[in-house]
Design a protein around this ligand. Structure first.
Ligand code: GRF
Length: 217
């Protein structure tokens, strides 16, 4: 089977990158990682890429005079690696409209909330403070607005009375690691097409059902 090449952008520990590395190692998974880029030289995820024998690179935004110049460097590296999709995995830079348009419908992101609720940072603290009963994670196509874009998949967990930020983050992260490869697969296989600004629900893979059970797994 010929695999679709993806580029993964990270800024930190890279646990979602690891989930993707593990998924890509399976013969029947449709993606292969062509390049890992971190905008931070000390990101833990770079070691994961190195350990997996993957091409990896630091492109630090601090080395460029402008956001455009930084994004040009990202763009060139991704093109040189011949990737078809850009997968954001804890990448902490906002991408401009120019970059997003260049890779239109080929950039995906994971966010640790049930979007469109709780966009932005400090999600779990805000979730606890708000009193919502359920939280989770979302994989979506990227649009220029932060944490915006057609939803590809979500996974849910119930907030427990004893939860604090840490326990909640850990439980959501576990869901993230299952949801991201599943959604990437759907995108590559053409099962997450955008129609009138959203991904129609009927394209949902049956396994998504398992991911919407609180505390699945
Ligand atoms: C994850 O919670 C992801 O949803 C968010 O940033 C975090 C990255 O964690 N966008 P990791 O670097 O993948 O471990």
């Amino acid at each position: 089977m010929s695999k679709t090449r993806i580029g993964v952008l990270i800024s930190g520990r890279g646990s979602n990158l690891q989930a993707l590395i593990d998924a890509c190692a399976q013969e029947d998974f449709p993606a292969q990682i062509g390049l890992v880029i971190s905008n931070r030289p000390n990101a833990g995820g770079l070691k994961r890429a190195a350990d997996a024998g993957l091409p990896h690179n630091t492109i630090s935004h601090q080395d460029y005079p402008s956001r455009d110049a930084f994004e040009d460097a990202l763009d060139q590296a991704l093109k040189a690696a011949k990737v078809r999709y850009v997968v954001l995995a804890g990448f902490m830079r906002i991408l401009t409209e120019t970059f997003v348009d260049r890779w239109r419908d080929r950039i995906i992101n994971i966010h640790p909330s049930l979007l469109p609720a709780f966009r932005g940072l400090d999600v779990h603290a805000r979730v606890l403070e708000s009193g919502v009963r359920f939280t989770g994670c979302t994989v979506h196509y990227v649009r220029p607005e932060m944490d915006d874009g057609p939803i590809i998949g979500q996974a849910v967990t119930a907030v427990q009375p004893e939860d604090d930020e840490e326990t909640l983050a850990a439980r959501v992260l576990e869901l993230e690691h299952r949801l991201y490869p599943e959604c990437l697969k759907r995108v590559i296989e053409g099962r997450a097409r955008i129609v009138e600004g959203r991904v129609p629900l009927e394209d949902e893979a049956p396994s998504a059902e398992a991911l919407t059970v609180p505390n699945a797994g």
